[in-house]
Ligand binder design. Sequence first.
Ligand SMILES: Nc1ncnc2c1ncn2[C@@H]1O[C@H](COP(=O)(O)OP(=O)(O)OP(=O)(O)O)[C@@H](O)[C@H]1O
Ligand SMILES: [Mg+2]
Length: 327
Amino acid sequence: MGSILEVRDLRVAYRSRSGDTFRALDGISFHLGPGEILGVLGESGSGKSTLAASLLRLFRQDTVVASGAVLFEGMDLLQAKPNELQRIRGKRISLIFQEPSVALHPTMRVGSQVRQVLHAHGVDGRALNQRTREVFETLFREETERIARSYPHELSGGQRQRILIAQAIACGPSVLVADEPTASLDPTTQMEILGVFRSLREKLGLALVFITHNPALLAPFADRILVLYAGRVVEWGPAATVLASPKHPYTRALRESMPPRLEETSDFHKKKLNAIPGDSLPSSLPPQGCPFEPRCPERMDVCKSREPILVTLSAGHTVYCFRYESE
Ligand SMILES: Nc1ncnc2c1ncn2[C@@H]1O[C@H](COP(=O)(O)OP(=O)(O)OP(=O)(O)O)[C@@H](O)[C@H]1O
Ligand SMILES: [Mg+2]
């Protein structure tokens, strides 16, 4: 299966006014097949939103230094011209942002907000009405007219999330990047929204990059999982393998702190921090060596002295850890 999206050695650093730089992503590589669901898992500060923004090159060029490649259907978005980017962003690959509360205009009917996205991409006249209706029918089983006429505050959290998904899929993209799209919802609604994403993959063949800090969400859902720690991919492989027998000590710690049932995930963040001692992002990373070393229960002498390399354990399963280097 060919890749629809391929990321090669992506490095992104934020530049402060004083000229200091902070490396948020440090050599990320992975690929996504058509219709595939990739779960990106990592604690706060691991670089998840930076990755999401990078996949659409949605960052301010004056504050970011980026290198590597983000190939969408073979075109490197990091090198693309503004008009090429405009044809792709929101149309072929779209993003659902992490903050749902600021994403919708409070005094505009949600139907108009979906129409606006289509209009911005050149859909007009009768096609605009028809496409808006189709998009609502894809996301809502009933009451589509009433919902389209509502203002955001008249809808539930789950319905508002569906509107954001409607905007993202309106132009028929082949890749959707969703940055913690269920974080503000209760567990039952979270499950419902996961079902929406699954059915979009089935109905539209959409590939999905689903970003979360919660491994319990990915268990019933993702095909593959990429685990981020301090801007590195520490483990990448088939979801069943990564969740059932995680190899990186960080993935293992995340897995062990995972509640057995999704319904128990509401205070997941607190549990997770108890389970992995140390700061989620050490303020001073070791000048050399593995970034997880200061918190790693399985650290060895070598971990302080140089960085691990990505080791392939089996077809499509890689891990960034010295424990596997000789295998
Ligand atoms: N505009 C910015 N300027 C400077 N540093 C930034 C900027 N945006 C993010 N960072 C830093 O880059 C790192 C990665 O941030 P990012 O938002 O990608 O993490 P995240 O995994 O999405 O976290 P969360 O789970 O809290 O959303 C963090 O240390 C963050 O402080
Ligand atoms: Mg984020």
